[in-house]
Design a protein around this ligand. Structure first.
Ligand code: ARG
Length: 585
């Protein structure tokens, strides 16, 4: 079913042609949701924008348009306001019909995309032998939500974990372990990720200070890249170690990912460089092979190079990403490739997209998108750190969220004099704690930095996960109280919208499809959060104003349907954010 705004636009387009002729067929009706409810639901300032072209007064243009506008099934008679704005108010009867349609639709009006695309979402992507940090957490949460939205729209989504599992760091690490802890290189489980990180740091210090060690480490990389069995085995052990730790986080957060790390592209790297060379794009700069970029200059105004083969003959992060693009275009047949990383990598992606286009690796019909996000800050406004100044471990952070959610819950149970099973407490605290972390991240515009505050994200008031889950549980409590099975209660019932708060809730429920489409396009999950927050506020206003269980039929059933539709919308919306609901909390 077309969205309301699409139907209105359609009506306007016909009226424009009827009033001003086919030359105006492509004119945008400039229709937007009204800024203030006193102007109705939608507003168009088309007549103002056409005034010059048509050489007529905006109000006169508006009148001509209205003479041809056939929207009486959808709207009350349109009004001309001020200098010539056209204000539209939706008809209750129209909203009632639309809402009945929504009620019968398990997808709540969200159609499958046409045509569907093959979309790669490259997200999370931590680095082996390093701790997964809050930046990776943001990527994981945002990437998962984007993938969910695209999947729900029917796209063929490939979720890829581009883990950093290749390169100098392994030569360094294996060389160091060979010296200090050789058994780690041939025994599974000899180390956990924490040890690995410590060894990595020590190895780095050696690498930077000891030229002989540096040489050994370099040889290690060469051995790895040339497929030396012993080195490969050691590398695999180290990867397995890290992978297990990462998986714990993914399991906890219910994240599905396919690992295809940097090493996957190793064999393709020489080909990438040869290809660039064949296309006459390579230049030698200080012994390194590079492509010079347009639009990227240093402070003297000289063009900057993108290095694809280092002076020592090794390949780097950029070469790997160029190989990955080629593979994703040719083998995966991607239509859209989405990379979710911190904003600090914006230049990297702009550069590799540019080079890939120049080299013809990235055809025009494939859309590469970098989805950047800001930093996670502590409550002091600085980069998030532990009290001792170390980087925060994700596992600790998630555990703390769960513990705090449990404390809040136990306090609440005591205040309310409620007795609940240990299982209930465990389930509610885990769900709420993790949901709070996810929602706090997703509800911010990802482009900005956000302040990580357990207190704020866990409160039951405001734009938080606990508030949203509570709103859902509240509707479920209505069905329990009235002993109502929503599955059967309202399926054939008629919807009647009389109260102002019912109309407002209904209009908002009908906007879901539109919102999902915007998220699909702009890849900003915070739009969905805002929508859901508004929805729960509108529901609360309705619920305060309109008795549900105590009202008479047929109003009672109609209101129950409104409750059920609200709950289903919240559940679906939260699902698309990677957040499960609770029937009780
Ligand atoms: N491993 C990188 C990091 O930790 C992120 C990789 C993102 N994906 C990519 N194709 N470059 O910053």
């Amino acid at each position: 079913m077309p969205s309301i705004i699409e139907e209105l636009k359609h009506g306007f387009q016909s009226a424009i042609i009827a009033a001003f002729g086919a030359d105006y067929a492509d004119v945008d009706p400039l229709l937007v949701p009204a800024s203030n409810p006193k102007f109705g639901d939608y507003q168009s300032n088309l007549s103002l924008s056409l005034a010059k072209q048509l050489g007529d007064k905006p109000r006169a243009i508006a009148e001509k348009l209205l003479a041809h506008l056939q929207l009486s099934d959808i709207c009350l008679p349109p009004e001309i306001a001020g200098p010539g704005f056209i204000n539209l108010t939706l008809k209750p009867s129209y909203l009632e019909t639309q809402l009945s349609g929504l009620n019968k639709d398990s997808r709540l009006g969200v159609e499958l995309a046409q045509p569907i695309q093959k979309v790669i979402v490259d997200f999370s992507s931590p680095n082996i032998a390093k701790e997964m940090h809050v930046g990776h957490l943001r990527s994981t949460i945002i990437g998962d939500s984007i993938a969910r939205v695209l999947e729900f729209r029917g796209h063929d989504v490939l979720r890829l974990n581009h883990v950093g599992d290749w390169g100098t760091q392994f030569g360094m690490l294996t060389a160091y372990l060979k010296e200090v802890y050789p058994s780690a290189l041939d025994t599974a489980d000899a180390l956990d990720l924490g040890d690995l990180v410590t060894f990595y740091k020590q190895a780095k210090v050696r690498f930077d200070s000891d030229p002989d060690f540096k040489e050994t480490a370099r040889n290690g990389v060469v051995k790895l890249q040339s497929g030396d069995t012993e080195t490969l085995k050691a590398w695999q052990l180290l990867c397995a170690q890290s992978r297990r730790e990462f998986q714990k986080i993914y399991d906890l957060l219910d994240i599905k990912l396919n690992e295809r790390g940097e090493s996957f592209y190793n064999g393709l790297l020489p080909g990438v460089v040869e290809d660039l060379d064949g296309k006459k794009l390579l230049e030698t700069d200080d012994g390194a092979q590079c492509v010079f970029l347009d639009g990227f200059t240093n402070k003297d105004g000289d063009r900057l190079p993108l290095i694809v083969k280092k002076t020592d003959g090794g390949y780097n992060y950029a070469t790997t990403d160029l190989a990955a693009i080629t593979y994703r275009v040719n083998e995966d047949r991607a239509d859209r490739i989405i990379y979710v990383t911190d904003a600090g990598q914006a230049n990297h992606f702009a550069q590799i997209f540019q080079v890939a286009k120049k080299a013809g690796l990235l055809p025009d019909n494939v859309e590469p998108v970098h989805v950047p996000f800001g930093l996670v800050l502590g409550e002091d406004g600085k980069k998030l750190k532990t009290r001792s100044g170390d980087t925060v471990k994700l596992q600790d952070l998630l555990d703390e969220a769960i513990t705090r959610a449990r404390n809040d819950l136990e306090n609440r149970l005591q205040e309310e004099g409620r007795q609940e099973t240990a299982e209930f407490i465990e389930n509610v605290s885990t769900t709420v704690g993790l949901a709070a972390v996810k929602y706090a991240d997703l509800s911010q515009n990802r482009n900005s930095n956000y302040v990580f505050s357990f207190d704020k994200m866990l409160t039951l008031q405001g734009n938080t996960a606990p508030y949203m889950i509570y709103a859902y549980a509240r509707v479920q409590s209505i069905s329990r109280e009235g002993d109502i099975d929503f599955q059967t209660a309202g399926k054939d019932g008629t919807i009647l919208l009389r109260d102002e708060t019912e109309l407002n809730l209904a209009k908002h429920l009908l906007l879901l499809a539109e919102i999902i489409k915007t998220v699909e396009k702009d890849l900003l999950p915070n739009r969905l959060c805002e929508y859901l927050y508004e929805l729960s506020k509108k529901f609360n206003r309705f619920y305060e104003n309109c008795p549900v269980l105590k009202s008479e039929e047929p109003i009672r059933t109609s209101r129950l349907i409104l409750c059920d539709l609200t709950a289903r919308t919240l559940k679906l919306g939260l699902f698309l954010l990677g957040i499960p609901v609770l029937e009780r909390m």
